[in-house]
Design a protein around this ligand. Structure first.
Ligand code: GLU
Length: 426
Protein backbone atom coordinates (compact mmCIF):
# COMPACT_ATOMS: atom_id res chain seq x y z
CA UNK A 1 0.00 0.00 0.00
CA UNK A 2 1.22 3.54 -0.72
CA UNK A 3 2.02 5.28 2.54
CA UNK A 4 -0.07 8.37 1.65
CA UNK A 5 -3.17 6.21 2.10
CA UNK A 6 -4.36 5.82 5.67
CA UNK A 7 -5.56 2.26 6.09
CA UNK A 8 -9.16 1.64 7.05
CA UNK A 9 -11.39 -1.42 7.46
CA UNK A 10 -12.72 -1.41 3.88
CA UNK A 11 -9.27 -1.22 2.30
CA UNK A 12 -7.92 -3.78 4.78
CA UNK A 13 -10.72 -6.19 3.84
CA UNK A 14 -10.18 -5.63 0.12
CA UNK A 15 -6.45 -6.30 0.40
CA UNK A 16 -7.12 -9.40 2.51
CA UNK A 17 -9.37 -10.78 -0.25
CA UNK A 18 -6.81 -9.90 -2.90
CA UNK A 19 -4.04 -11.66 -0.98
CA UNK A 20 -6.21 -14.74 -0.49
CA UNK A 21 -6.99 -15.01 -4.20
CA UNK A 22 -3.32 -14.60 -5.16
CA UNK A 23 -2.42 -17.41 -2.78
CA UNK A 24 -5.32 -19.67 -3.83
CA UNK A 25 -4.53 -19.19 -7.52
CA UNK A 26 -0.84 -19.93 -6.95
CA UNK A 27 0.33 -16.58 -8.39
CA UNK A 28 3.72 -15.16 -7.38
CA UNK A 29 3.70 -13.00 -4.22
CA UNK A 30 5.10 -10.13 -6.34
CA UNK A 31 1.68 -9.85 -7.93
CA UNK A 32 0.22 -8.96 -4.55
CA UNK A 33 2.88 -6.29 -4.13
CA UNK A 34 1.83 -4.83 -7.48
CA UNK A 35 -1.93 -4.97 -7.00
CA UNK A 36 -1.98 -3.80 -3.40
CA UNK A 37 -0.73 -0.40 -4.57
CA UNK A 38 -2.56 1.89 -7.01
CA UNK A 39 -0.45 3.12 -9.87
CA UNK A 40 -1.43 6.77 -9.40
CA UNK A 41 -3.39 8.89 -6.91
CA UNK A 42 -4.55 12.41 -7.68
CA UNK A 43 -5.91 14.55 -4.82
CA UNK A 44 -7.69 17.79 -5.67
CA UNK A 45 -9.45 20.70 -4.03
CA UNK A 46 -12.59 22.05 -5.69
CA UNK A 47 -13.83 25.53 -4.81
CA UNK A 48 -17.58 26.13 -5.12
CA UNK A 49 -19.29 29.51 -4.75
CA UNK A 50 -22.31 28.81 -2.53
CA UNK A 51 -25.74 30.31 -3.19
CA UNK A 52 -25.43 32.19 0.12
CA UNK A 53 -22.27 33.91 -1.19
CA UNK A 54 -19.49 32.06 0.68
CA UNK A 55 -16.85 29.83 -0.87
CA UNK A 56 -16.64 26.16 0.09
CA UNK A 57 -13.76 23.81 -0.71
CA UNK A 58 -14.38 20.14 -1.37
CA UNK A 59 -11.69 17.48 -1.34
CA UNK A 60 -11.66 15.01 -4.21
CA UNK A 61 -9.59 12.13 -5.56
CA UNK A 62 -9.04 10.04 -8.63
CA UNK A 63 -7.31 6.76 -7.97
CA UNK A 64 -5.92 4.92 -11.00
CA UNK A 65 -5.26 1.44 -9.75
CA UNK A 66 -4.04 -0.66 -12.67
CA UNK A 67 -4.10 -0.35 -16.46
CA UNK A 68 -2.63 -3.66 -17.59
CA UNK A 69 -5.82 -4.55 -19.49
CA UNK A 70 -6.65 -1.15 -20.95
CA UNK A 71 -7.69 2.40 -20.05
CA UNK A 72 -8.64 3.08 -16.43
CA UNK A 73 -12.36 2.76 -15.77
CA UNK A 74 -14.58 3.35 -12.76
CA UNK A 75 -17.17 5.64 -11.25
CA UNK A 76 -17.07 8.82 -9.17
CA UNK A 77 -18.62 8.77 -5.70
CA UNK A 78 -20.05 11.86 -3.99
CA UNK A 79 -20.37 11.06 -0.30
CA UNK A 80 -19.68 13.08 2.85
CA UNK A 81 -17.67 10.31 4.51
CA UNK A 82 -15.74 8.82 1.59
CA UNK A 83 -11.99 8.65 2.29
CA UNK A 84 -8.93 8.14 0.13
CA UNK A 85 -8.63 4.61 1.54
CA UNK A 86 -12.22 3.87 0.44
CA UNK A 87 -11.38 5.19 -3.01
CA UNK A 88 -8.30 2.96 -3.26
CA UNK A 89 -10.39 -0.05 -2.20
CA UNK A 90 -13.08 0.78 -4.76
CA UNK A 91 -10.48 1.28 -7.52
CA UNK A 92 -8.94 -2.11 -6.68
CA UNK A 93 -12.38 -3.76 -6.90
CA UNK A 94 -12.87 -2.09 -10.31
CA UNK A 95 -9.61 -3.60 -11.63
CA UNK A 96 -10.92 -7.04 -10.68
CA UNK A 97 -14.46 -6.41 -11.93
CA UNK A 98 -13.32 -5.15 -15.33
CA UNK A 99 -10.97 -8.10 -15.68
CA UNK A 100 -13.59 -10.68 -14.72
CA UNK A 101 -16.08 -9.18 -17.20
CA UNK A 102 -13.55 -9.69 -20.00
CA UNK A 103 -13.66 -6.04 -21.06
CA UNK A 104 -10.55 -4.07 -22.10
CA UNK A 105 -10.28 -1.86 -19.02
CA UNK A 106 -8.11 -1.36 -16.00
CA UNK A 107 -9.56 -0.10 -12.71
CA UNK A 108 -10.01 3.37 -11.23
CA UNK A 109 -12.37 5.27 -8.96
CA UNK A 110 -13.01 8.90 -8.12
CA UNK A 111 -14.53 10.48 -5.05
CA UNK A 112 -15.51 13.83 -3.60
CA UNK A 113 -16.18 14.34 0.09
CA UNK A 114 -19.57 16.03 -0.15
CA UNK A 115 -23.20 15.39 0.68
CA UNK A 116 -24.77 16.12 -2.72
CA UNK A 117 -28.24 16.37 -1.19
CA UNK A 118 -27.14 19.48 0.68
CA UNK A 119 -26.15 21.36 -2.46
CA UNK A 120 -28.50 23.29 -4.74
CA UNK A 121 -28.61 22.16 -8.38
CA UNK A 122 -26.38 25.11 -9.33
CA UNK A 123 -23.83 24.31 -6.62
CA UNK A 124 -23.83 20.64 -7.63
CA UNK A 125 -23.20 21.61 -11.25
CA UNK A 126 -20.32 23.88 -10.25
CA UNK A 127 -18.80 21.11 -8.14
CA UNK A 128 -19.14 18.56 -10.97
CA UNK A 129 -17.55 20.87 -13.50
CA UNK A 130 -14.83 21.88 -11.00
CA UNK A 131 -13.95 18.23 -10.42
CA UNK A 132 -13.50 17.72 -14.16
CA UNK A 133 -11.25 20.77 -14.51
CA UNK A 134 -9.15 19.45 -11.63
CA UNK A 135 -8.69 15.93 -13.02
CA UNK A 136 -8.81 16.77 -16.75
CA UNK A 137 -5.09 16.23 -17.45
CA UNK A 138 -5.36 12.61 -16.31
CA UNK A 139 -8.66 11.47 -17.85
CA UNK A 140 -9.64 10.95 -21.49
CA UNK A 141 -11.63 8.66 -23.75
CA UNK A 142 -8.67 6.31 -24.15
CA UNK A 143 -6.96 7.12 -20.86
CA UNK A 144 -9.39 7.07 -17.93
CA UNK A 145 -13.17 6.94 -18.33
CA UNK A 146 -15.26 7.83 -15.27
CA UNK A 147 -18.96 7.03 -14.68
CA UNK A 148 -21.45 7.44 -11.83
CA UNK A 149 -21.25 5.72 -8.48
CA UNK A 150 -23.04 6.37 -5.17
CA UNK A 151 -24.26 10.01 -5.07
CA UNK A 152 -23.76 10.78 -8.77
CA UNK A 153 -26.05 10.28 -11.77
CA UNK A 154 -26.52 10.80 -15.50
CA UNK A 155 -27.13 14.57 -15.16
CA UNK A 156 -23.77 14.92 -13.42
CA UNK A 157 -22.16 12.87 -16.22
CA UNK A 158 -23.74 15.25 -18.76
CA UNK A 159 -22.21 18.30 -17.03
CA UNK A 160 -18.89 16.51 -16.77
CA UNK A 161 -18.83 15.42 -20.43
CA UNK A 162 -19.75 18.98 -21.44
CA UNK A 163 -17.00 20.48 -19.27
CA UNK A 164 -14.39 18.08 -20.64
CA UNK A 165 -15.53 18.80 -24.21
CA UNK A 166 -15.12 22.53 -23.60
CA UNK A 167 -11.56 21.98 -22.38
CA UNK A 168 -10.77 19.74 -25.38
CA UNK A 169 -12.37 22.20 -27.80
CA UNK A 170 -14.43 19.43 -29.42
CA UNK A 171 -17.14 17.00 -28.41
CA UNK A 172 -15.64 14.01 -26.57
CA UNK A 173 -18.52 11.60 -25.92
CA UNK A 174 -16.41 8.64 -24.81
CA UNK A 175 -14.72 10.22 -21.77
CA UNK A 176 -17.65 9.63 -19.40
CA UNK A 177 -20.19 6.81 -19.48
CA UNK A 178 -23.76 6.55 -18.18
CA UNK A 179 -24.65 9.85 -19.78
CA UNK A 180 -28.32 10.64 -20.49
CA UNK A 181 -29.69 9.36 -23.83
CA UNK A 182 -29.96 13.01 -24.95
CA UNK A 183 -26.18 13.31 -24.72
CA UNK A 184 -24.69 10.19 -26.32
CA UNK A 185 -25.93 7.90 -23.57
CA UNK A 186 -27.79 4.63 -23.97
CA UNK A 187 -31.20 4.18 -22.30
CA UNK A 188 -30.15 0.82 -20.83
CA UNK A 189 -27.40 2.35 -18.65
CA UNK A 190 -29.85 3.87 -16.15
CA UNK A 191 -31.02 0.42 -15.05
CA UNK A 192 -28.12 -1.74 -16.21
CA UNK A 193 -26.55 -2.43 -12.80
CA UNK A 194 -29.91 -3.52 -11.33
CA UNK A 195 -30.71 -5.58 -14.41
CA UNK A 196 -27.34 -7.30 -14.13
CA UNK A 197 -27.86 -8.02 -10.42
CA UNK A 198 -31.26 -9.55 -11.20
CA UNK A 199 -29.88 -11.64 -14.08
CA UNK A 200 -27.10 -12.99 -11.84
CA UNK A 201 -29.51 -13.61 -8.94
CA UNK A 202 -31.76 -15.65 -11.22
CA UNK A 203 -28.84 -17.69 -12.62
CA UNK A 204 -27.55 -18.32 -9.09
CA UNK A 205 -31.03 -19.34 -7.87
CA UNK A 206 -31.34 -21.77 -10.77
CA UNK A 207 -27.91 -23.23 -10.03
CA UNK A 208 -28.77 -23.70 -6.35
CA UNK A 209 -32.43 -24.66 -6.46
CA UNK A 210 -33.16 -25.59 -10.07
CA UNK A 211 -35.52 -22.65 -10.52
CA UNK A 212 -36.02 -19.06 -9.40
CA UNK A 213 -39.79 -19.02 -9.81
CA UNK A 214 -41.63 -17.90 -6.72
CA UNK A 215 -38.41 -17.38 -4.74
CA UNK A 216 -38.38 -14.37 -2.44
CA UNK A 217 -35.88 -11.52 -2.17
CA UNK A 218 -35.08 -8.72 0.29
CA UNK A 219 -33.18 -5.68 -0.97
CA UNK A 220 -31.10 -3.37 1.22
CA UNK A 221 -30.73 0.07 -0.39
CA UNK A 222 -33.16 1.77 -2.73
CA UNK A 223 -30.90 3.96 -4.82
CA UNK A 224 -30.14 3.34 -8.49
CA UNK A 225 -28.95 -0.24 -7.92
CA UNK A 226 -31.53 -1.36 -5.35
CA UNK A 227 -34.59 -0.03 -7.08
CA UNK A 228 -33.72 -1.39 -10.53
CA UNK A 229 -32.82 -4.74 -8.98
CA UNK A 230 -36.30 -4.78 -7.42
CA UNK A 231 -37.84 -3.82 -10.75
CA UNK A 232 -36.13 -6.57 -12.73
CA UNK A 233 -36.52 -9.28 -10.09
CA UNK A 234 -40.25 -8.55 -10.04
CA UNK A 235 -40.32 -8.77 -13.85
CA UNK A 236 -38.42 -12.07 -13.73
CA UNK A 237 -40.88 -13.70 -11.35
CA UNK A 238 -38.99 -13.36 -8.09
CA UNK A 239 -41.12 -12.02 -5.23
CA UNK A 240 -39.53 -8.93 -3.68
CA UNK A 241 -40.80 -9.06 -0.11
CA UNK A 242 -38.73 -6.26 1.44
CA UNK A 243 -36.87 -3.12 0.43
CA UNK A 244 -35.03 -0.67 2.67
CA UNK A 245 -33.15 2.61 2.68
CA UNK A 246 -31.76 4.87 5.42
CA UNK A 247 -35.31 5.69 6.55
CA UNK A 248 -36.38 2.12 7.25
CA UNK A 249 -37.63 -1.15 5.84
CA UNK A 250 -40.86 -1.91 3.95
CA UNK A 251 -42.00 -5.52 4.14
CA UNK A 252 -44.88 -7.44 2.65
CA UNK A 253 -45.02 -11.18 2.94
CA UNK A 254 -46.91 -11.79 -0.28
CA UNK A 255 -44.48 -9.62 -2.29
CA UNK A 256 -44.34 -5.88 -2.94
CA UNK A 257 -45.59 -4.41 -6.20
CA UNK A 258 -43.15 -1.69 -7.16
CA UNK A 259 -42.07 -2.00 -10.80
CA UNK A 260 -44.57 0.52 -12.15
CA UNK A 261 -43.67 3.11 -9.53
CA UNK A 262 -39.98 2.67 -10.20
CA UNK A 263 -40.53 3.08 -13.93
CA UNK A 264 -42.60 6.20 -13.36
CA UNK A 265 -39.92 7.74 -11.14
CA UNK A 266 -37.13 6.90 -13.55
CA UNK A 267 -36.13 10.51 -14.14
CA UNK A 268 -37.31 12.08 -10.90
CA UNK A 269 -34.59 13.64 -8.77
CA UNK A 270 -34.50 12.25 -5.24
CA UNK A 271 -38.13 11.15 -4.90
CA UNK A 272 -39.13 9.64 -1.59
CA UNK A 273 -39.74 6.40 -3.39
CA UNK A 274 -39.65 4.12 -0.37
CA UNK A 275 -42.64 5.77 1.30
CA UNK A 276 -44.47 5.66 -2.04
CA UNK A 277 -43.79 1.92 -2.27
CA UNK A 278 -45.12 1.50 1.29
CA UNK A 279 -48.27 3.50 0.54
CA UNK A 280 -48.93 1.77 -2.77
CA UNK A 281 -48.70 -1.64 -1.10
CA UNK A 282 -50.65 -0.67 1.98
CA UNK A 283 -47.60 -1.50 4.08
CA UNK A 284 -45.78 0.60 6.65
CA UNK A 285 -42.13 1.54 6.99
CA UNK A 286 -40.47 -0.07 10.00
CA UNK A 287 -38.11 2.60 11.35
CA UNK A 288 -35.18 0.18 11.48
CA UNK A 289 -33.18 0.12 8.18
CA UNK A 290 -31.25 -2.92 9.48
CA UNK A 291 -34.46 -4.97 9.78
CA UNK A 292 -34.03 -5.90 6.11
CA UNK A 293 -31.16 -8.27 6.97
CA UNK A 294 -33.37 -10.45 9.16
CA UNK A 295 -36.25 -10.77 6.69
CA UNK A 296 -37.30 -14.32 5.90
CA UNK A 297 -36.41 -14.38 2.19
CA UNK A 298 -34.47 -16.77 -0.05
CA UNK A 299 -32.26 -14.07 -1.54
CA UNK A 300 -30.70 -11.04 0.16
CA UNK A 301 -29.33 -8.23 -2.01
CA UNK A 302 -27.17 -5.69 -0.13
CA UNK A 303 -27.29 -2.75 -2.56
CA UNK A 304 -26.15 0.23 -0.51
CA UNK A 305 -22.60 0.68 0.79
CA UNK A 306 -19.59 -1.36 1.89
CA UNK A 307 -19.44 -3.10 5.31
CA UNK A 308 -23.19 -3.73 5.47
CA UNK A 309 -23.10 -7.39 6.54
CA UNK A 310 -20.61 -7.65 9.37
CA UNK A 311 -19.69 -9.95 12.24
CA UNK A 312 -22.28 -8.10 14.33
CA UNK A 313 -25.38 -8.60 12.19
CA UNK A 314 -24.50 -11.71 10.17
CA UNK A 315 -26.38 -13.93 12.59
CA UNK A 316 -29.61 -12.17 11.59
CA UNK A 317 -29.32 -13.21 7.95
CA UNK A 318 -31.88 -15.88 7.03
CA UNK A 319 -31.38 -15.90 3.25
CA UNK A 320 -29.56 -18.82 1.63
CA UNK A 321 -28.24 -16.69 -1.20
CA UNK A 322 -26.62 -13.26 -0.90
CA UNK A 323 -26.10 -11.30 -4.13
CA UNK A 324 -23.87 -8.25 -3.72
CA UNK A 325 -25.37 -5.24 -5.49
CA UNK A 326 -23.05 -2.84 -3.66
CA UNK A 327 -19.25 -2.91 -3.69
CA UNK A 328 -17.78 -4.63 -0.64
CA UNK A 329 -21.00 -5.03 1.40
CA UNK A 330 -19.95 -8.29 3.11
CA UNK A 331 -16.89 -8.23 5.38
CA UNK A 332 -14.55 -11.26 5.16
CA UNK A 333 -15.52 -12.31 8.73
CA UNK A 334 -19.22 -12.19 7.86
CA UNK A 335 -18.60 -14.09 4.62
CA UNK A 336 -16.77 -16.79 6.54
CA UNK A 337 -19.70 -17.15 8.95
CA UNK A 338 -22.12 -17.34 6.02
CA UNK A 339 -19.95 -19.91 4.25
CA UNK A 340 -19.89 -22.10 7.34
CA UNK A 341 -23.69 -21.98 7.43
CA UNK A 342 -23.89 -22.98 3.76
CA UNK A 343 -25.04 -19.55 2.56
CA UNK A 344 -23.77 -18.73 -0.93
CA UNK A 345 -22.47 -15.20 -1.51
CA UNK A 346 -22.27 -14.02 -5.13
CA UNK A 347 -19.58 -11.30 -5.03
CA UNK A 348 -19.78 -7.69 -6.20
CA UNK A 349 -17.28 -8.16 -9.04
CA UNK A 350 -19.70 -10.60 -10.68
CA UNK A 351 -23.11 -9.49 -9.41
CA UNK A 352 -22.94 -5.73 -9.98
CA UNK A 353 -20.80 -5.71 -13.14
CA UNK A 354 -23.85 -4.84 -15.29
CA UNK A 355 -23.08 -1.14 -14.74
CA UNK A 356 -19.57 -1.19 -16.06
CA UNK A 357 -20.34 -3.73 -18.80
CA UNK A 358 -23.04 -1.36 -20.05
CA UNK A 359 -20.55 1.50 -19.71
CA UNK A 360 -18.25 -0.45 -22.00
CA UNK A 361 -21.03 -0.88 -24.59
CA UNK A 362 -21.85 2.84 -24.44
CA UNK A 363 -18.15 3.68 -24.83
CA UNK A 364 -17.87 1.42 -27.89
CA UNK A 365 -20.86 3.23 -29.39
CA UNK A 366 -19.36 6.63 -28.56
CA UNK A 367 -15.91 5.92 -30.00
CA UNK A 368 -17.49 5.01 -33.33
CA UNK A 369 -20.39 7.48 -33.13
CA UNK A 370 -22.84 4.61 -33.60
CA UNK A 371 -26.10 4.16 -31.68
CA UNK A 372 -27.71 0.86 -30.77
CA UNK A 373 -31.33 0.64 -29.75
CA UNK A 374 -32.47 -0.45 -26.30
CA UNK A 375 -33.36 -4.05 -27.23
CA UNK A 376 -30.11 -4.72 -29.03
CA UNK A 377 -28.06 -3.23 -26.21
CA UNK A 378 -29.90 -5.17 -23.54
CA UNK A 379 -29.35 -8.43 -25.39
CA UNK A 380 -25.60 -7.75 -25.56
CA UNK A 381 -25.50 -6.87 -21.86
CA UNK A 382 -27.46 -9.93 -20.77
CA UNK A 383 -25.22 -12.20 -22.83
CA UNK A 384 -22.02 -10.85 -21.28
CA UNK A 385 -23.50 -11.21 -17.77
CA UNK A 386 -24.64 -14.77 -18.47
CA UNK A 387 -21.19 -15.72 -19.80
CA UNK A 388 -19.55 -14.19 -16.71
CA UNK A 389 -21.81 -16.20 -14.46
CA UNK A 390 -21.12 -19.46 -16.30
CA UNK A 391 -17.37 -18.98 -16.13
CA UNK A 392 -17.38 -18.29 -12.40
CA UNK A 393 -19.87 -21.05 -11.64
CA UNK A 394 -17.86 -23.62 -13.57
CA UNK A 395 -14.71 -22.78 -11.63
CA UNK A 396 -16.55 -22.70 -8.32
CA UNK A 397 -17.95 -26.23 -8.69
CA UNK A 398 -14.48 -27.50 -9.66
CA UNK A 399 -12.68 -26.15 -6.60
CA UNK A 400 -13.74 -27.71 -3.33
CA UNK A 401 -13.72 -25.36 -0.35
CA UNK A 402 -13.76 -22.17 -2.44
CA UNK A 403 -16.33 -19.43 -2.08
CA UNK A 404 -17.89 -17.97 -5.23
CA UNK A 405 -15.77 -14.90 -4.52
CA UNK A 406 -12.61 -17.03 -4.54
CA UNK A 407 -13.52 -18.37 -7.98
CA UNK A 408 -14.38 -14.90 -9.34
CA UNK A 409 -11.29 -13.23 -7.90
CA UNK A 410 -8.91 -15.94 -9.11
CA UNK A 411 -10.31 -15.72 -12.67
CA UNK A 412 -10.01 -11.93 -12.53
CA UNK A 413 -6.47 -11.96 -11.14
CA UNK A 414 -5.40 -14.53 -13.73
CA UNK A 415 -6.36 -12.31 -16.66
CA UNK A 416 -4.54 -9.31 -15.17
CA UNK A 417 -1.49 -11.47 -14.41
CA UNK A 418 -1.31 -12.74 -17.97
CA UNK A 419 -1.49 -9.25 -19.41
CA UNK A 420 1.19 -8.03 -17.00
CA UNK A 421 3.36 -10.99 -17.92
CA UNK A 422 2.92 -10.39 -21.63
CA UNK A 423 3.93 -6.78 -21.12
CA UNK A 424 6.99 -7.80 -19.11
CA UNK A 425 5.87 -6.01 -15.93
CA UNK A 426 6.26 -9.10 -13.85
N1 GLU B 1 -19.74 2.68 -10.28
C1 GLU B 1 -20.04 1.47 -10.97
C2 GLU B 1 -19.27 0.33 -10.36
O1 GLU B 1 -18.85 0.37 -9.23
C3 GLU B 1 -19.88 1.59 -12.48
C4 GLU B 1 -18.53 1.96 -12.97
C5 GLU B 1 -18.47 2.29 -14.46
O2 GLU B 1 -19.47 2.17 -15.16
O3 GLU B 1 -17.39 2.67 -14.89
O4 GLU B 1 -19.10 -0.71 -10.96
Amino acid sequence: MLSVTQMNAFLGNTLQLLRRSIELGGFPPELYEYLSRPKRILAVSIPVRLDGGGLAFFEGYRVQHNDALGPYKGGIRFHPEVSLADDVALATIMTLKDSLAGIPYGGAKGAVRVDPRRLSPRELEELSRGYVRAVAPLIGDELDIPAPDVGTNSQIMAWMADEYSKIAGRNVPGVFTAKPPELWGNPVREYSTGLGVAVIAVYAAKALWGSSDGKTAAIQGFGNVGRWTAYWLEKMGVKVVAVSDVNGTVYKRGGLVAAELIEKNRNARGPDLLSQVAKYNDASIAQDPGAVFGIDADILVPAALENAITEDNVKLVRAKLVVEGANGPTTPEAEKALYERGVVVVPDVLANAGGVVMSYLEWVENLQWVMWDEEETRARLEKIMADNFKRVHQRWVQEKGWTVRDAAYVIAVERIYRAMKARGWI
